[in-house]
Design a protein around this ligand. Structure first.
Ligand SMILES: CC(C)(COP(=O)(O)OP(=O)(O)OC[C@H]1O[C@@H](n2cnc3c(N)ncnc32)[C@H](O)[C@@H]1OP(=O)(O)O)[C@@H](O)C(=O)NCCC(=O)NCCS
Length: 182
């Protein structure tokens, strides 16, 4: 039986990841959607965490992708606290609505929890992201250039590795330069 295999991407996956992104985010007005360049730039930036670039492989083919990369939360006292941004999330067109996107995102979130990460933000449709536990980021006091969009600006607090760990702070979420592409 063919099963879905979830694993971090390797160098050999890069062309397949670009193909999945290009097809999933294809728009009539651009030859290559910005999400392709975003991932390439993030991959060569300090925001990249190799364990958190998750591919889903089905029958030897990369069919889905979910990426978590480093962002910072700047608190009122000027300190910057590490957090993660989710995205892009993409599924090959012929394999959409089969659970692959959900599986890839959940695998990336589980890997982040294993690494001791505590906070993930995302900009996307709440109807999709609420299944993972995401809720309005403004309720956690998190702002960003996208906060004005309202509901799509979401956050998820991951379980602590030790019960005495404090909750993540509120503040301004700072995205590294590659994000200015999207
Ligand atoms: C959005 C996307 C990642 C979902 O992955 P998927 O594997 O197709 O979806 P899954 O099978 O895991 O989940 C299906 C569920 O998601 C919902 N869903 C799928 N695409 C959705 C979307 N764009 N917005 C809201 N809900 C969506 C379906 O209605 C379905 O809901 P149900 O479980 O209540 O029936 C995928 O369709 C995709 O790559 N789309 C194009 C790129 C994109 O929009 N990426 C997300 C950017 S925020």
């Amino acid at each position: 039986m063919t099963t879905l295999r979830l694993r971090p991407e390797g160098p050999a996956d890069e062309p397949a990841v670009a193909r999945v992104l290009a097809a999933a985010f294809a728009r009539p007005d651009v030859a290559t959607p910005p999400e392709v360049g975003l991932v390439e730039e993030l991959r060569h930036s300090p925001a990249w965490i190799p364990e958190l670039a998750m591919v889903a492989e089905y029958g030897g083919e990369v069919v889905a992708y979910a990426l978590l990369t480093r962002v910072g939360v700047r608190t009122d006292d000027g300190r910057v606290w590490p957090a993660l941004a989710l995205g892009p999330v993409a599924v090959a067109r012929h394999r959409q609505r089969l659970g692959h996107g959900t599986a890839a995102v959940q695998a990336a979130l589980d890997a982040a929890t294993e690494l001791g990460e505590r906070l993930v933000v995302v900009l996307g449709d709440p109807a999709y992201y609420r299944r993972f536990g995401f809720g309005p980021a403004d309720r956690l006091g998190l702002t960003s250039p996208w906060s004005g969009l309202g509901e799509p600006w979401q956050a998820l607090v991951l379980p602590p590795s030790a019960s005495e760990e404090p909750p993540p702070p509120s503040g301004e979420v700072v995205f590294p330069p590659p994000w200015s592409r999207v």
